[in-house]
Design a protein around this ligand. Structure first.
Ligand SMILES: [Zn+2]
Length: 186
């Protein structure tokens, strides 16, 4: 049973690279299509954006974790070609300045989870990654990382009941002031 991760990413020469990769070719095809649609809509709205990162190796994930830029130590959704970081493009250079909530709206319209609210806008998240989108709910990440699950082409994380389940489970925890574990950089 193959998927894009095992058939393309794992065989790519950049699989172990410690460098940042911004090549859309290493995004799972549906994710790539949705990211391109999102970016096209953004450009039409007059907000110039660019891809900052697509695939991320385990080595780079570890480096980011050590620097405190990620909560995930060795593996993240980027590693599976299911996540993309999209930043503003200012004179062709990446920029994190300004409000990125437009990405949240566009992501939802495209069927992607936004790192600004992790698909659960009504709960408090201790970790916000407002330039990040992914085609996988936080609830599915465990199975994804364990190799037990990979989205098929019809999967839409915004319609995934596992996501709603997680959101409802997290509510009491948030109310008591504890941080939601859902809020982590993927
Ligand atoms: Zn990201």
């Amino acid at each position: 049973m193959g998927n894009f991760f095992s058939e393309v990413i794992a065989l790519d020469a950049r699989f172990h690279t410690a460098n940042r990769v911004a090549d859309p070719a290493l995004l799972e095809p549906v994710t790539r299509q949705l990211v391109q649609r999102l970016m096209g809509t953004s450009q039409q709205m007059g907000v110039a954006v660019m891809i900052y990162e697509t695939y991320r190796s385990q080595q780079r994930q570890q480096d980011l974790f050590n620097n405190g830029a990620s909560r995930l130590r060795t593996v993240g959704v980027h590693h599976y070609g299911l996540a993309c970081d999209i930043v503003r493009s200012v004179g062709g250079e990446p920029s994190w300045k300004g409000d990125f909530s437009f990405l949240g709206q566009l992501a939802q319209n495209c069927g992607l989870i936004w790192g600004g609210d992790w698909g659960a806008p009504h709960i408090h998240h201790s970790f916000i990654d407002s330039v990040h989108v992914q085609r996988c709910t936080v609830a599915r990440q465990g199975d994804l990382f364990a190799g037990l699950w990979y989205p098929d082409e019809n999967y839409n994380p915004c319609d995934d009941s596992q996501n709603l389940l997680l959101a409802s489970r997290k509510l009491p925890e948030t109310a008591s002031g504890k941080s939601a574990s859902a809020a982590r950089r993927a």
